[in-house]
Write a protein of this length. Structure first.
Length: 475
């Protein structure tokens, strides 16, 4: 059955008037956690009192507690970054790649911690996280970028060995060292997210730029210019097919604009060629305009019209206009299932009975050729349904409501917040109750959370969605 259709193995849809159901872009299912049912509705929106009650309930059960995923050194002291997945009832993920620290995840986590707790521990954790990434890049990756900038290394070709010569976008959080195993580090979006998040905290006067961080940002922009990131065939958010991804171009453009604003405000001399920021602004904006609301148009063999990664261009990056943002959300409607959203149609990662098909390590990384074999495993309609995206769609509708006060935007903010809450694990989940999943996938004929539960990225996305709902309700 297609993920958008009800089935005997999933929870039934909430009863709503036919006229309302016909207008909804996504269905709202019965929550896995019964205590959340009173908050999971389309209309009316939560009251401030209900939102407080909801947040208290989530706090009581540790649903949004990212601290469990803090990386720690041999003495048990936090080192700054977060592992991708926190400990659960079955273990700590140390046997899988999910125990690593991704730049992309960590920078979104850091930004979310900052905006949801700007004057508290969240902001301090965000600063420590970004500082650890900067230290890693300065210590281990700056020389890689200089080799590329100086013309001594070519990293934009099809040679998969050269992907390790790019700045590494995943590292060992406990030690701050590189992971030397082969990995597809061809991910410009991850670099863009770091630069953007670092600039956001500087612009907010929470983490002023130090000289070494200023130098690092200048080097990163120069590197992105050298590889012509606007036309580069990278691996995108999902670390897969080599293509020109809108979701990779967007974070780099958002970073360029934030840094341009910062150097102008502070009177900094940008440590890169005099026209680098202007070149990036022009080229990235043009490329994004040509691709959106699609995700990939080049190469044609990888054309993709709808990809949930584009949601992040709307929120939290805010790098697209409201008109384009709504087109993106409309485009991803075809990805919305009864629990969450597909990353994209024909996505074979965590397809039906995934662990039985790929072997012992479900987090295994794939080359382009290996992806072809994995993609052959998928039966259309059996794509995993991910829990990262509904909170971001809710938050984006919240931003639109706060700006224009249109009731339909508040209703949609409520709908996608409700879907996010409904996906929190129930008492029957083998990894534990009250957890934020990475995704649900088909195991036999039943939709179950995948191994990467709880996912810190999902936790912080839900925290941001609740934050934006609070702002909407306060108006």
């Amino acid at each position: 059955h297609p993920p958008s259709s009800p089935c005997r193995c999933c929870h039934p849809a909430v009863a709503l008037p036919d006229s309302t159901m016909a207008e909804l872009p996504a269905v709202l299912g019965k929550p896995f956690q019964p205590a959340l049912e009173k908050f999971c509705r389309v209309e009316p929106a939560l009251s401030l009192e209900e939102l407080d009650e909801l947040q208290g309930l989530l706090k009581e059960h540790g649903t949004l507690d990212c601290s469990r995923a803090k990386c720690k050194d041999a003495n048990g002291k936090p080192t700054g970054p977060f592992s991708a997945s926190a400990a659960n009832a079955k273990g700590d993920h140390s046997g899988s790649s999910m125990f690593g620290s991704w730049l992309r995840d960590n920078c979104i986590i850091a930004y979310g911690l900052y905006i949801t707790d700007p004057d508290g521990q969240g902001c301090e954790d965000a600063k420590a996280c970004l500082d650890s990434i900067a230290k890693f890049l300065l210590t281990h990756e700056s020389y890689r970028m200089e080799l590329v900038i100086g013309g001594h290394k070519e990293v934009t070709g099809k040679d998969e060995k050269s992907w390790m010569d790019r700045p590494h976008i995943r590292f060992i959080g406990e030690t701050g060292l590189e992971d030397t195993k082969w990995y597809n580090h061809k991910q410009n979006d991850a670099l863009g997210y770091f630069m953007w998040a670092r600039c956001q905290l500087a612009l907010a006067d929470k983490m002023p730029l130090t000289g070494d961080h200023l130098k690092l940002l200048g080097q990163l922009f120069e590197y992105l210019r050298t590889i012509e990131c606007w036309d580069d065939l990278d691996a995108g958010h999902w670390e897969e097919h080599s293509a020109q991804h809108a979701s990779s171009i967007g974070p780099c453009l958002a970073a360029t604009r934030a840094f341009t604003e910062l150097v102008a405000r502070e009177g900094y001399l940008a440590p890169c060629r005099p026209d680098t920021l202007e070149v990036l602004e022009i080229r990235l904006a043009l490329a994004l305009r040509e691709i959106l609301p699609n995700e990939v148009i080049k190469p044609k063999s990888h054309f993709r019209d709808a990809d949930s990664a584009c949601v992040f261009l709307c929120y939290p990056l805010g790098v697209v206009s409201d008109e384009v943002g709504l087109k993106i959300i409309d485009q991803v409607n075809i990805l919305m299932g009864h629990i969450g959203m597909c990353r994209y149609r024909k996505d074979s990662y965590w397809c039906k009975d995934y662990k039985d098909k790929v072997g012992d390590d479900p987090t295994k990384h794939f080359t382009d050729e290996e992806l072809k074999e994995r993609d052959a495993l998928l039966v259309p309609g059996e794509e995993a349904q991910w829990c990262l995206f509904d909170p971001m769609v809710s938050a984006y509708y919240g931003k639109l409501y706060q700006k224009g006060k249109k009731p339909e935007h508040l209703a949609l903010q409520q709908l996608f917040l409700s879907r996010s809450l409904a996906a929190i694990t129930g008492d029957e989940c083998e990894y534990g109750p009250w957890l934020c999943c990475e995704a649900y996938y088909l195991q036999g004929d039943k939709w179950v959370p995948n191994d990467d539960t709880p996912l810190v990225w999902t936790q912080i996305d839900l925290a941001m969605a609740l934050h934006e709902m609070g702002k909407s309700l306060a108006q």
